[in-house]
Design a binder for this molecule. Structure first.
Ligand code: GFP
Length: 808
């Protein structure tokens, strides 16, 4: 675009924008509030997108391309305004125009709420996959729940987590379109009986409670292309707002009760502490979005296929994200048999051919199991179908392995009066995949070993990925510009092109510019810390960061204990030479997960003690940033030097934060777990710092015993000191972390924190040494970015297309 064209475009944009402001606020630009400026900009952007959206949909209908639908109970999409603008290619026009109008673009963007429709990696992965699919012109859509409240807003008060409702819809949401004309009815409870209708045995559902599912669609705009896919989120409503007869009889409360009970289905997002908690409302939520989504998919398919279901499983992929949508199997069977008139065998073939399943955790306590009685009364027809799926499956297994009764029993979808949702998902889909090499191996060899023997061809592995558009290009614009001016822009279309950066490893001028970018990102984060925590941190110090859900297996505790140990070292020897460090933590604990909340409290107690101790000469600082969400993450990753990925080996399925850090040049300090292993392979052993037990060692200890945390404690005075400090009042008057202490000693340290402590301290010393050699560190950092191509979600989507959906 030459400069006069650009000028023209800017003038046109400004005129349209001023108009829009007047339209949405009734005020002129000068009088408009920042909120109205945001709403006007959002609407203007939506005007552009909806035109393309309609075109994409028409194209999909005409050509009947194979469509993928991600079914997920979480979609952690983050703010959308900026990514829409960038994907539309309007970045410069909008930024410059707003500046010329004297408006603050950053303040405008901050008006957007950050939809907290997910707990962590699981939901964020879905958002990355939608972004990549659209960027690659691939028809892939999301199907989930429009929770009225996001997870929760985390406040830290007196060092403790306090939860506040996250009312993300408070000011409306400009990027969704409500489609009441596409609403469907979901049936809960009631009874089933069979009848002969026109000579065919038909199942009739009676006395059920009907709930209306209303879709809200959010466009998913591809990067610099014409593709706009859809994220469809379902909201629960009553068929009629009030029970009029009751209302007329004066029973007002009863009348509204039904309304609020119905709406409760899409009211809250369950917090995930990787411990499965079988609540009836959660089961309702799961069936609600599964049933609504599938009904619309089938209806639309027929609408553009001469009212026929022919070819359905060749054209439709139902991809289920973990087991929450596992009822897709029986529900699709129900639709095909009860509504479309197929017999069992044909319906089963279509079901298995269209469904694929990704597992995201191996923690046994997180694998969903529903009581038979609950399923039977809430979803009687679905239960009947699950029972039949199980009966047919176990018969096949018994016929195949008649002498292995014990193993066969383990494969049963229903046992001990519980329905095992992972087993259901495996049996009812043609593909099961793990999310990193190690995780997939553990699925094959341990978690789903029996199923792997029966269906080896169904097992795959697709390593997770993250979108470089949000997590590099949009959140680290200075790095983007530096890369563009040095290695060209091809990397923006193909992240593997970042390898060209290796040519600059020994270029001192480039290195200086590269370090200047990191420093300015650290200054940005330091300003955030100053504003929110009222603490000054030195941007020249090592920014050592652990941000993720707080969970025992992710071992924020190991990080915290090391800080405490370092504090003790510095107290003993104030002249100890170390590169000054800022330890930064962020993450939410599930409200009912006491232990995780204690970890937050511990980190804050350590922070208070360390930050107020003048004798340390500011060599270490500790920060806990409240309310970790996608927007905050976007400021954090670009500013990191050290990426803490220290889960107990074998427990973290993949991790995706590790990839976001690496893409921004942080060095991973990690265990050989999840995708850390693949990061290590990509960058080579000299560009990562690894430590600790391997997953095999962990699994040996778990199976055969042989680990006694007390032995480690007794031998190591450093550990004794930090352990005592947990309970002796060092961390503040009246502050006692007895339950953390007990978990490590009395309960034998389930996640091997003490066992790995020594190795972690050594690894931290290595980090210190490496950082103090600036040239080495800069090279390591550049090498990490150069090899991050493999961790783009574009690569993951290509793998899914090739291996699982068979699209290319
Ligand atoms: C879960 C797993 C992670 C994995 C993501 C996405 O995330 O290891 O990377 O799913 O597959 F635990 P969290 O919800 O725990 O972040």
């Amino acid at each position: 675009m030459n400069s006069s064209e650009k000028k023209k475009q800017k003038e046109a944009f400004k005129a349209a924008y001023i108009n829009k402001i007047e339209e949405v606020s009734g005020d002129c630009l000068a009088e408009s509030s920042v909120l109205k400026q945001y709403q006007a900009l959002a609407e203007l952007v939506m005007d552009d997108i909806t035109t393309q959206w309609a075109k994409s949909n028409t194209k999909y209908n005409k050509h009947q391309n194979k469509q993928v639908y991600f079914f997920s109970i979480e979609f952690l999409i983050g703010r959308l305004l900026k990514s829409y603008i960038n994907n539309l290619g309007l970045e410069d026009i909008v930024t410059e125009s707003l500046k010329e109008l004297g408006l603050d673009f950053t303040a405008i963007q901050e008006q957007e709420s950050d939809p907290g429709l997910g707990n962590g990696g699981l939901g964020r992965l879905m958002a990355c996959y939608l972004d990549s699919s659209a960027a690659m012109d691939m028809p892939a859509h999301g199907n989930g729940i429009r929770y009225k409240y996001g997870l929760f807003e985390q406040r830290i008060i007196n060092g403790e987590q306090v939860e506040v409702a996250d009312n993300w819809l408070r000011n409306g949401y400009p990027f969704e379109i409500r489609k009441p004309d596409k609403a469907v009815i979901i049936k809960f409870g009631g009874t089933i009986h069979s009848e002969k209708i026109n000579g065919n045995l038909t199942f009739v559902h009676e006395n059920y409670e009907p709930i209306l599912a209303v879709p809200y669609d959010i466009p998913v705009k591809g990067y610099h292309n014409e593709t706009v896919n859809s994220l469809r989120l379902w909201s629960a409503e009553t068929l009629e707002d009030f029970d009029l007869p009751k209302f007329n009889q004066g029973q007002f409360l009863d009348a509204v009760r039904h309304k609020s009970e119905a709406e409760s289905i899409s009211q809250i997002l369950y917090p995930n502490d990787n411990g499965f908690d079988g609540k009836l409302l959660r089961l309702k939520q799961e069936y609600f979005f599964v049933c609504a989504g599938l009904k619309r998919i089938v209806r639309r398919y027929k609408q553009f296929n001469n009212n026929s279901m022919d070819g359905f499983s060749q054209k439709i992929c139902i991809h289920i994200n973990d087991t929450h949508p596992a009822m897709c199997g029986p529900e699709l069977m129900r639709i095909l048999m009860d509504e479309e008139g197929f017999g069992w065998d044909d319906a089963w073939k279509m079901t298995v051919e269209s469904i694929s399943f990704t597992n995201h955790t191996v923690l046994p306590e997180a694998l969903e199991k529903w009581p038979v009685s609950m399923m039977k009364s809430l979803l009687p027809r679905i239960y009947m179908i699950i029972e039949e799926i199980n009966q047919r499956f176990t018969q096949e297994i018994y016929a195949k392995y008649p002498h292995d009764m014990e193993r066969n029993y383990g494969l049963s979808i229903i046992n001990n009066d519980q329905i095992h949702m992972a087993s259901l998902a495996i049996v009812a889909s043609h593909s099961i995949n793990g999310v990193a090499e190690l995780h997939s191996k553990i699925l094959r060899e341990e978690t789903f070993k029996g199923f792997y023997q029966v269906f080896p061809e169904r097992f795959h592995s697709v390593t997770n990925g993250v979108t470089p558009r949000r997590f590099l290009m949009n959140s680290n614009p200075d790095l983007k510009d530096l890369l563009n001016e040095s290695i060209g822009t091809q990397w923006q279309g193909n992240l593997f092109e970042l390898k060209r950066l290796l040519n600059y490893l020994n270029d001192p001028i480039f290195s200086d510019k590269f370090n200047a970018v990191k420093l300015s990102n650290k200054i940005r984060l330091a300003e955030h810390i100053k504003k929110h925590n009222n603490l000054i941190v030195d941007p020249a110090s090592v920014f050592d960061i652990q941000v993720k859900r707080i969970h025992a297996y992710k071992r924020q505790l190991l990080d915290a204990l090391h800080v405490l140990y370092l504090y003790n070292q510095l107290k003993e020897n104030p002249h100890l030479e170390i590169a000054p460090r800022t330890f930064i933590f962020a993450g939410k604990a599930a409200p009912g997960y006491y232990y995780a909340k204690q970890i937050i409290r511990l980190i804050n107690a350590i922070a208070k003690m360390v930050n107020s101790d003048k004798t340390l000469n500011e060599k270490i600082r500790v920060v806990f940033l409240e309310n970790f969400n996608v927007s905050l993450a976007e400021i954090i990753y670009p500013a990191a030097n050290v990426s803490e990925q220290i889960s107990t080996a074998g427990k973290e399925a993949s991790g995706t934060g590790n990839m976001k850090f690496m893409m921004n040049g942080a060095i991973t300090l990690g265990t050989m777990d999840g995708a850390n292993i693949e990061i290590a392979e990509a960058v080579g052993p000299t560009n990562i710092v690894t430590f600790g037990l391997s997953s095999d060692e962990v699994s040996q200890y778990e199976k055969y015993g042989g680990y006694r945390s007390i032995d480690i404690y007794e031998k190591d005075p450093r550990i004794q000191q930090v352990m005592h400090q947990l309970i002796d009042g060092t961390l503040g008057f009246g502050l006692n972390f007895q339950n953390i202490y007990d978990s490590l000693l009395l309960h034998n340290d389930t996640y091997f924190v003490l066992k790995d402590f020594n190795a972690y301290v050594d690894a931290q010393n290595r980090v210190d040494q490496l950082y103090r050699n600036e040239r080495t560190w800069t090279k390591m950092s550049m090498t990490n970015i150069a090899h991050s191509g493999m961790f783009s979600s574009d690569r993951s989507i290509l793998d899914y297309q090739r291996e699982i959906w068979k699209i290319i």
